[in-house]
Design a binder for this molecule. Sequence first.
Ligand SMILES: [Zn+2]
Length: 311
Amino acid sequence: MSTVAGPTEGPYSVQDAQPPSGPRCQATVANVAIVEGFGYWSGKDVRVEFHPAEKDTGYIFVREDLKRPLHIPANVNFRVEMPRRTTLARDGVQVEMVEHVLAALNGLGITNCEIRVNQSEMPGCDGSSKAFVDAIDKVGICPQDAWEPRLIVREPIRVGDDDQWIEVQPSLDGVTSFRYRLDYTQSSLAIGRQTVEFPISPDVFRNEIACCRTFMLQQEAEWLLSQGLGTRVKPTDVLVFDDEGPKENTLLFHDECARHKVLDMVGDFALAGCFLVGKVVAHRSGHRLNAELIRELLKEEEIEILCRKTA
Ligand SMILES: [Zn+2]
């Protein structure tokens, strides 16, 4: 990690939390925001509380249902591999399907938050980040008196193979953007090919990405049910595609599936523990490759900790 002087002194304002370029000030939730629901996989009721946290805390999950509450930092070092979701573990205790919760925090420009939960699996809600964003927006976001640590990509880095890959390139204009190419032409013509690209800012995340829901194919849903998973989930809770399109549901955007993949990337990149300045381009990648890229990035690039000039 390197420590360099910030370009300006305070005072910090909410504008500082808005990209497109330059360092952003740290921010936390202005008050406690609460979301309740049930986990898609486990079917268990769960309550998530977003609590304000001191500057330089980052995101920390707290399993409050345990005799001794356990803190699990949302960092790639605590990530464990599980199918189709992002899971963190410490001392044998897990928090599962954290990506849509983290996408809400990262997408809204929040740096520090204690996420208190009473179950291992986060609520699925409608399969998007909307419930978390709405709850946080209701209590507000509070800027903090420090710059956000950031990682500026200087050299392209790519992981994956010819079929599925993700790379990050330097951003010449200082804007962080995510591009995703989805290709389901082999398995579902109803989903087909979709490509989206967004510069990420809190407003873009709120208006274009946060409400985009997760999706699966009819045969995948049937397999999960046969395994006793997802039994509480109704077709209206998640996009289940058959040959015609989503069952008992309507798309919010024609490219909602690809947008959801961007949502997942915003959530997974929270595990870098800093704000990324770069252009992410992904082709049919998922949670595993997102994490692999973050690990490579942290190996290759330095996180800048910006200080106030007076420090
Ligand atoms: Zn997702």
